[in-house]
Design a protein around this ligand. Structure first.
Ligand SMILES: [Zn+2]
Length: 394
């Protein structure tokens, strides 16, 4: 008897583990179902797990000054996924999906990405010595594309939004026989690895369940990861918030209208490239994510680019965490939900910080910085701010 299999999240059809990406009966999402014994069995099968040391990221408590600034008296933590090897939580997904791909005989990988998943796939393919093709929208931040190129992957830039890249990666996977590492729900082995995020949160909180977990959300596998991880721990379920940008909010739109089916977004316009996913052709991913959010009694909320910028600044200057725009959207949403009274001011909250600020400098460079250029040997007159002089006074 098989100890693990793939199962359709909609019709429940079962399939043996293979490199398949959707339910043959209904076209919906496949998930990996296994028992603990099968984990050991898989570990035995795979002599070399592809890893760069992903996961086990820190859970950082927000400083009191930060809480005071946002008028919050509860407990707030940041799950700092920027610490993963390529700088985003995607490394968890890609490490697992690539390890499984190799066990099933992969000769190369392809990944459609808004940047982070592509950088991750390129890094792990380099580690494993496999060829990689990474497909990104032309407007992807330069830093992310540079990172992908540095790892030696073939970078293909596609006109228009992310869904165009998604479609091209599907065709490359079919044509070249490459494994598709795209980090929507398409690769069930990658999605499954994200449950470790929920388990880590539970462990880091000593088994306590936070009231809310806020997750920057494109297609939404990280929402599933948080939900599954807390379900694994069986200690209770936080309310999960799917956070999107106002300029690309298909899941929030369906949530606000009380619908169960998510409709694709038109043209995304947001600085949050990592969640700029219109879901065209895989709207089912958004519908599934929304179903999970509702099952936790959570909410879906959109934040504006200005709210994201403010949160990036507050996060960097107020906590020392350098986050890309997408990653700071969870913090912007927390502030917004607290201000609206939806999150109680005494609640316990975890914000997922999904990607590093190094990945998208442009937004920071457009902010005002406290910087001055001086000649060598310049006088200090007028150079030090008032506060410095006061501090130095006897
Ligand atoms: Zn099905």
């Amino acid at each position: 008897m098989n100890e693990e299999h793939l199962s359709c999240v909609d019709c429940g059809a079962r399939y043996p583990c293979a490199l398949i990406y959707e339910c043959a009966a209904c076209g919906d999402i496949l998930e990996l179902v296994r028992d603990e014994k099968s984990t050991a069995r898989l570990d035995g099968l795979i002599s070399e797990r592809v890893s760069l040391g992903e996961g086990e990221t820190p859970l950082l408590r927000a400083p009191d000054d930060f809480l005071a600034e946002i008028g919050f008296s509860g407990r707030l933590w940041f799950k700092d996924e920027t610490r993963n090897p390529s700088g985003s939580f995607k490394d968890r997904h890609v490490a697992a999906a690539l390890t499984r791909a190799i066990a099933l005989g992969a000769n190369g990988v392809v990944c459609a990405s808004s940047g982070n998943a592509g950088a991750s796939a390129a890094a792990y393919a380099a580690r494993a010595g496999l060829p990689a093709i990474i497909v990104v929208p032309q407007r992807t931040p330069l830093e992310k594309m540079t990172q992908i190129g540095a790892y030696g992957a073939q970078l293909i830039k596609v006109e228009g939004h992310y869904s165009n890249s998604y479609d091209l990666a599907l065709r490359i996977a079919r044509e070249a026989g490459y494994v598709n590492l795209t980090t929507t729900y398409i690769n069930p082995y990658g999605t499954d690895a994200l449950r470790v995020v929920g388990r880590e949160l539970s462990d880091q909180l000593n088994g306590d369940v936070p009231d809310w977990v806020l997750v920057p959300t494109g297609a939404g596998p990280l929402v599933k990861g948080v939900v599954q991880g807390f379900a694994d721990k069986a200690g209770g379920m936080p309310r999960v918030v799917a956070v999107q940008a106002e300029g690309c909010a298909p899941v929030v739109d369906a949530y606000d209208k009380g619908l169960s089916a998510v409709t694709a977004w038109g043209e995304p316009t947001t600085i949050a490239s990592g969640i700029s996913d219109p879901l065209i052709g895989y709207e089912k991913d958004g519908s599934y994510t929304l179903r999970l959010v509702r099952e936790t009694c959570g909410v879906a909320i959109a934040v504006s680019d200005d709210e994201i910028r403010a949160a990036m600044r507050r996060l960097a200057a107020g906590t020392g965490i350098f986050a890309e725009p997408t990653a700071a959207s969870s913090v912007a949403a927390a502030e917004k939900l607290i201000a609206a009274g939806i999150i109680d001011r005494k609640a316990s909250i975890v914000c997922m910080i999904t990607g590093h600020g190094f990945k998208d400098f442009k937004v920071y460079r457009e902010m005002d910085m406290r910087e001055t250029s001086v000649a060598a040997g310049a006088s200090l007159d007028g150079l030090l701010g008032e506060r410095c002089r006061e501090d130095a006074a006897p």
